[in-house]
Write a protein that binds this ligand. Structure first.
Ligand code: NDP
Length: 328
């Protein structure tokens, strides 16, 4: 058997980051305390950016891929033994740490979450960073005080990864979920995940009054920009918005009125450096609150060889749900 394995490596070409396939050996990997044989990774929006020249990697060369599920091969930490199945989400993979699009990854034991018994490695990556972030958003809303009798919850970027998982979780927990999407052709799909109402993406994309008619008890927003500003203007008195994304922009052209006159709370959600206790809680809750049937409906599996072709599609909003990358 050959000692080399294939990885997606981002290197500097003509002053710009460029992703391509390279053959690596284990000796090329960084020296962390756990070596994992990667089975599956995923394609998230951030992976799309990293693979298409976006400045996600803060040093080069960099192995791409922000999520992995795999089996421990060697471990310098007695908490993890060869054969253990583990997950890593974020922690700087593909930014400051070599990532997941590689048959082997050398990672720090501090980053490892044990694969929950409820999930296979493929299912864990169908969830991936997008799904675990959706769970963090639901946790943020409920920790702030949201309950299912408060009214409708809006999910923006609904047909994307974060959006699809958020809808399935909220519906399972008994919330009335409204999906905001720019793709009317996904309505049947979103209804099958549990959405009971729809808003057109363009209805949130233009600047309106600083405070509009009160509609939503809460919202999960993965779009940002004017969409987030409009959502804030439509949240009911005392409601909450969990903001995790920038698929539609990084600015926030909003006013303070929803905060100071309607007691609305804007809750920031980061998955990359989330503390371990929160990650473990999120994965535990995913096992309770994410129906397997919904997860299967939203997932497609592709080999690593196709990841570079898929990257521009996720940035163009052409991917529905979640993409698992088979690294084996
Ligand atoms: P996806 O591409 O799967 O989903 C994004 C969705 O947003 C698209 O499917 C589309 O939904 C909508 N969308 C895309 N472009 C636009 C646009 N120009 N204007 C309005 N809506 C748009 O990405 P992910 O679900 O993986 O990630 C979503 C966002 O969340 C990204 O910005 C990502 O960086 C962020 N994120 C942040 C994390 C964190 O730690 N804070 C972790 C994970 C993700 P539709 O077709 O239904 O309109």
């Amino acid at each position: 058997m050959s000692d080399t394995f294939r990885a997606v490596v981002i290197e500097e070409v003509d002053g710009k980051p460029k992703a391509g396939f390279k053959e690596l050996t284990k000796k090329d990997l960084p020296q962390n305390d756990v070596l994992v044989e990667v089975a599956y990774s995923t394609l998230n929006y951030k992976d799309g950016l990293a693979l298409t020249g976006g400045r996600i990697a803060r040093k080069l060369p960099m192995v791409a891929g922000i999520d992995l599920a795999g089996t421990v091969v060697m471990s310098g930490n007695s908490d993890f033994k060869p054969g253990d199945k583990v997950i890593v989400n974020g922690y700087g993979l593909s930014e400051t740490q070599w990532g997941a699009y590689s048959r082997f990854a050398s990672v720090k034991s501090d980053w490892l979450v044990r694969l929950p018994e409820a999930f296979t490695m493929q299912e864990a990556m169908a969830i991936g960073t997008a799904g675990y972030t959706a769970m963090l958003c639901v946790m943020a809303l409920e920790d702030a005080g949201l309950s299912k009798d408060d009214g409708e919850v809006l999910v923006t970027g609904a047909a994307g990864g974060v959006g699809s998982v958020a809808i399935a979780i909220l519906a399972r927990k008994g919330y009335k979920v409204v999906a905001a999407t720019g793709r009317p052709e996904t309505h049947d799909y979103l209804a099958s995940l549990g959405a009971t109402g729809f808003v057109a993406r363009e209805d949130l994309a233009t600047k309106g009054a600083p405070m509009a008619k009160e509609r939503w008890a809460a919202a999960i927003d993965s779009v940002g920009g004017q969409t987030l500003a409009t959502v804030l203007s439509q949240v009911k008195y005392g409601g909450f918005v969990a903001a995790c994304g920038l698929a539609g922009g990084t600015d926030l052209p909003a006013s303070v009125f929803p905060f100071i006159l309607r007691n609305v709370s804007l809750l920031g959600v980061d998955s990359v450096m989330a503390p371990m206790h929160k990650r473990k809680r999120a994965w535990w809750q995913l096992a309770q609150d994410l129906p397997k049937g919904a997860l299967a409906k939203m997932t497609e599996v592709h080999p690593l060889s196709e990841v570079l072709e898929l990257a521009p599609k996720i940035l163009a909003g052409q991917i529905r749900g979640r993409v698992v990358i088979d690294v084996s």
